[in-house]
Design a protein around this ligand. Structure first.
Ligand code: PXG
Length: 288
């Protein structure tokens, strides 16, 4: 496997960064996760744009242009001869000293890993997922906005640990005021009649690119798509619930905190959206 690191492609064993890198010392950096499907990179420009926006907010200047970074993603896939892949882009503040002052970091570290995609088990999509809400609340956006895809994912990891400890694969995080936000690496949706609902970004959720894509597909299907505050009660009493994310795509949810959702199996709207989403990944995207 060859990895792009600061201007060149190196073997995995040579892809090393300093213990003084502030990405490691402080989580001071940003990242993106992108997928390619059968030789097409899905929503590449959207992901590149979001990476630059995350970096802009933390005043981290990516030492490359949008098109240079786009080319590196394409090259990473070509060099590693990958057609179905998961691509991780990371930009850190770079090497500094032991203080957190970012001015001590002279050069950002940029790396891109393109690897075979680890698909989730097929039964997850056929049977659906059981979730629990956890005590760890989602970061308050006024303190750390989830729009910044930063290298500090401890909020999400703490929630994931809680779910795993309780015997579940995934967690629902609530906001400080008790509204539903999202899962540890996926957005959440409910279907109620002809309405598709998802929490608004201001409550503290990442505006997921898959979320955006699914909202677009749903509108084409004449569903009423709305960003609305949701409570646990709304989840328990939805016809259908599903999660969206780059890696997971669309995952049906069949039980939440012990309550069966709808009929307790993946619902018709979820299935229809899954099918349409898969079609889109086959036809849309950037060739490399
Ligand atoms: N919410 C959070 C907090 C995320 O980190 C999503 C939603 C979904 O967004 P997209 O744009 O992917 O539809 C994410 C996605 C992974 C992985 O390997 C994904 C994310 C972070 C870490 C790992 O699935 N981000």
């Amino acid at each position: 496997m060859r990895i792009y690191l600061n201007g060149k492609f190196v073997e995995r064993s040579q892809a090393l960064i300093s213990v003084f890198d502030h990405g490691l010392l402080y989580g001071d950096g940003v990242f993106e996760g992108i997928r390619s499907y059968n030789g097409l990179i899905f929503k590449l420009q959207e992901h590149i744009e979001r990476l630059f926006e995350s970096a802009h907010t933390i005043m981290l200047k990516i030492p490359m242009s949008h098109s240079e970074l786009t080319d590196v993603v394409k090259q990473s896939l070509r060099i590693n001869r990958l057609r179905d892949a998961y691509i991780r882009l990371v930009v850190t503040r770079g090497e500094g000293d032991l203080g957190l002052d970012p001015r001590k970091c002279v050069r950002p570290t940029v790396f891109v890993i393109a690897d075979k995609i680890e698909l989730y088990p097929k039964q997850l999509y056929e049977r659906g997922l059981e979730l629990i809400t956890v005590a760890t609340q989602r970061n308050v956006p006024e303190a750390l906005n989830p729009q910044i895809k930063s290298l500090n994912y401890l909020n999400n990891i703490l929630a994931k640990i809680e779910a795993i400890t309780a015997g579940f694969e995934e967690a629902i995080l609530l906001s400080h005021s008790g509204y539903v936000t999202e899962c540890t690496g996926e957005n959440i949706f409910t279907v109620k009649g002809k309405a598709l609902l998802t929490p608004p970004a201001y409550i503290g959720v990442l505006r997921g690119i898959t979320r955006q894509t699914v909202m677009g597909i749903a509108r084409r299907f004449r569903l009423s798509v709305q960003e609305e505050l949701l409570t646990r009660h709304d989840l328990f009493n939805a016809d259908e619930v599903f999660l969206t994310g780059t890696a997971a795509e669309i995952v049906p949810v069949v039980k939440i905190d012990g309550r069966l959702i709808g009929q307790g199996k993946p619902g018709p709207v979820t299935k229809k959206l899954q099918k349409a989403f898969r079609e889109l990944t086959k036809t849309q995207g950037v060739r490399y």
